[in-house]
Design a protein around this ligand. Structure first.
Ligand SMILES: [Zn+2]
Length: 222
């Protein structure tokens, strides 16, 4: 009896320590979730923020910005934080044009970006756009974290996981930047906005950090 009570107590502690409640049904064999909870947290934070702030599809296209033979302009290829953010942006972008049964039309909630953020996101200067993206993602992550009402220990654990993913992203960026310009899949293809930068706007946002711009202004008009 004692053992079983202990096992139940341990089970409760384990379930409290994770972000997601236990699923209602056991996963089918071969269909277990392979996406870790921290990536899911980033995904949900971004998706929720996009709906809540009511970004337009043009805004999302501007954030994603993809040119021929390049990965997403403002993101780092294979960075775990960037990837989870891209999944949410793509999911939001492919939502229906109108909510079912709503005569008013539209399929989002918020009123759109402030003029200040809008101007920054549509700037010709990549560093300005990255600053806007950093501000958006940072506020979305902070909002969801607050809503989860985590205990101090749970919040500490989540922040640590986000920091670890950020470090992975930094390593990816560093390896792309080490490659010569023009070399196959160097920084100009794998992380086009980051030729002059050492920190990822999105990774910094996830870890609660502001955008880090270079001391010397980067080349214009990329
Ligand atoms: Zn990143």
């Amino acid at each position: 009896m004692k053992t079983s009570l202990f096992a139940i107590a341990l089970g409760l502690i384990t379930s409290v320590a994770t972000l997601a409640p236990a699923p209602l049904v056991a996963a089918e064999a071969g269909r277990e979730n392979k996406i870790d909870e921290t990536s899911q947290f980033i995904f949900h934070s971004v998706l929720e923020g996009l709906y809540e702030d009511g970004l337009t599809n043009d805004d999302v296209a501007q954030i994603l910005m993809r040119r021929e033979k390049e990965s997403y302009f403002h993101f780092i290829y294979a960075c775990p934080v960037c990837n989870a953010t891209i999944w949410a942006l793509e999911a939001y972008q492919s939502r229906p044009a109108a909510f079912y049964g709503l005569k008013l039309g539209g399929s989002t909630f918020g009123g759109g970006l402030s003029k200040e953020l809008h101007d920054q996101l549509y700037s010709q200067e990549p560093a300005q756009r990255l600053t806007a993206i950093n501000a958006l993602v940072k506020s979305w992550i902070e909002r969801r974290m607050k809503r989860l009402r985590l205990s101090a220990d749970e919040q500490k654990a989540l922040v640590k996981q986000l920091e670890l993913k950020r470090e992975e992203g930094m390593k990816m960026l560093e390896s792309f930047r080490k490659k010569e310009h023009g070399e196959n899949f160097g920084v100009s293809q794998a992380a086009p906005a980051y030729a002059d930068l050492t920190e990822c706007a999105v990774c910094n946002a996830a870890a609660g950090r502001p955008m880090k711009l270079p001391e010397q202004p980067p080349k214009q008009g990329k």
